[in-house]
Design a protein around this ligand. Sequence first.
Ligand SMILES: [Zn+2]
Length: 499
Amino acid sequence: MPQRFHDTLRDAVVPFSPQEPGHARIYVCGPTVYDYPHIGHMRSALTYDVLVRHLREQGMKVTYVRNITDIDDKIIGRAAERGEAPMTLARRFEDAYHEDTRRLGLLEPDIEPRVSEHLEQIVALIQTLIDKGAAYESAGDVYFSVEAFPGYGKLSHRKPSDLEHGASGRLDAEEGQRKRHPADFALWKGQPEGASATTWPSPWGPGRPGWHIECSAMSTHYLGASFDLHGGGLDLVFPHHENEIAQSEAASGETLASMWVHHGFIEVNKEKMSKSLGNFFTARECFRLVEPEALRYFALSVHYRAPLNLDWTLDDAGQVTGFPQIEEAERRVEYIYSSRARLEAIADKRIVDDGEVPEPLTDFARALGEALDDDLNMPVALARTAEFLKHVNELAERSKGKKGKVARQAVTAAREGLERLGRVLGLGNDEPQAFLDRVRSRRAARLGLSEADIQARIDERTAARGAKDFARADAVRQQLTELGVELMDDPGGTRWRLP
Ligand SMILES: [Zn+2]
């Protein structure tokens, strides 16, 4: 069954069929690096991470390009405030972005072009548009003429009358006078009079490229004039992606991307999370309180096109103390690791050649693939994962006891399923005990409990049981339960966790 994704252009879920069979060429708008990435950036990167992982798992070759916007007015403005060179600031936040995406277990794109290294392609594309009559120079700026591109508005499904107002996010009165049509947008911005802004040379004088043209130049430079899938947030549909289509298609005469896949926002009280609204959390603030993988699980728990609502808790001083939904997601991730640990703990002598092979174990690959083929339905993929994990745990349970035996084929299927979960959803790739220990330590610290003290009490209970002083052993267990400590008695000893 072919993959089907929601295409904004056709406003429908349609089959995904790469122009070159078996090879998907994908471009995703990356971050503008002027600050630490917030968790909305992480949701964006994660959506396409799972898309690319899934296509590869289905045997497709994927060329995944995600850019770094390191030339932008926000970067130039922030650098000026701090008395720092724009490129120094941009590189620092690019590094921070990479660090956070690594912690989240995101695949690196195959190509990650920086705007600052593609001025030549940008200038050439602008020149082509001028030569074709689709762009014009005006007082040191160059604008795209929306009237020269009849398809303008086809992605955002807007009528030309809608475009008269507020078409450009950066429209000011002065700029308005330089444009022929209010919806025309800047391809090249000349240096403002008297300003000492950072500029690059061009045939129209020093200046800097507009944001939209950057993506058009980089995507087509690496993927060709027409590629298979373009991604980004819903907020980019208009004007950014509409303008990318206009520029690229006016220059090449070809369809820029066969399919446009957009993801929803992270919302807070039904408002988009954004710095300007003050309801903004960086990825690293979140990672201070929960495992990065918990954020991954949380983001996968809602369909990628739906808004993801976020709650948090504050202390009396107004400091963020937690993210209840992400903490809940962390318990689900913990279940993946404890399942893996239990599976790995099945002793060889318990594994036999015959025996029951539960279908949910052998069927997991198909179930996961089917969920993601269906417009990347990640919540269904997680539901299938939960079902699979339940059977992994039942298998581990059956291996215990005096006569416990499990089928080799079932153990193999469980192992392969967990590996697949790691490859496709990027979950459970850490070392299980390391993950479980980190989570437990953080929870203990938050509850003000000493891990050494808990272990000492467990040792006391073990000694009491050894001496057949069961009343004492039960009393210690009761104390620990009251502290919120859960004990698990295994053949290898007593383990503990903080749920
Ligand atoms: Zn872009």
